[in-house]
Design a protein around this ligand. Sequence first.
Ligand code: CP
Length: 313
Amino acid sequence: MNDKRLRHLLGIEELDRDTAERILELAGTFHEVVRRPVRKVPTLRGKTIINLFFEASTRTRSSFELAGKRLSADVMNVGGSSSSTSKGETLRDTIRTLDAMHADVVVIRHSVSGAPHYISSRTRASIINAGDGMHEHPTQALLDAFTMLRHKRRIEGLTVAICGDIAHSRVARSNALLLGMLGAHVRLAGPRTLLPHRADAWGADVFDRLEPALADADVVMMLRIQQERLGACLLPSLREYSQQFGLNKRRLALARSDALVMHPGPLNRGVEIAEDVADGEQSVILEQVESGVAVRMAVLYLCANEPERPIEG
Ligand code: CP
């Protein structure tokens, strides 16, 4: 299988539909690989991947590490607090240092929107955005779409309700852009203070109540309140938020009976999602985690692989 190299994955905004569909197709191949007894292929042998995380992460960081290892690359993790940025080194010098080590791919998570774009013009490595501030989280959107495809066999025509703290969510933005590009009807729902000023520019229908957004939805995606990015007084209290915007069984019944319940994690159980819904029959939250490894393998493959090197093994 030969593929054109992907120079960077900075956001869904920069991705065209063909490339997005190619990533999802390749992820299907890698999903099969990660379910084998021997979950490894030699495709990226000799390549170096550096995970540079300046913000906390469980799912994204560990799945990028695992994805690189499953492809036989050398994978190195550099944490923000343990890097020399804590001694005053600039991001520019950090990326130049990693470049001198001949990194093929740098996966970066940073609290500043645009940080991956900034370093992408200062390195020979391919840059993958693993979440930048309130801007984008492209691999999360791709793994969410992949999970939907596995269950629904299509994205075109699905109604997807994305609910919660939309304003501070890079997951919401990337999902709205990707799902819209693939032909889904996207609804965004949250309290007015947690909706972005120009949410309609994302090509989605916007609701300030949960119930109408859930009506007959094929997919319900709940988002965490981003406490670390909230300004003062955007919410009266978490208890009140939960009462009005929390997904419980009664509200889920407004969606289609076969609706998927999704959440990018980490979950605040009892706030945006009730315990019995998070762990209920319609929940695919742990499948999203599994999809993350396959999708990140596909993205790493397209960024690091020489076009003539096929997937072997
Ligand atoms: N969904 C997500 O980005 O999770 P982590 O913050 O654990 O990586």
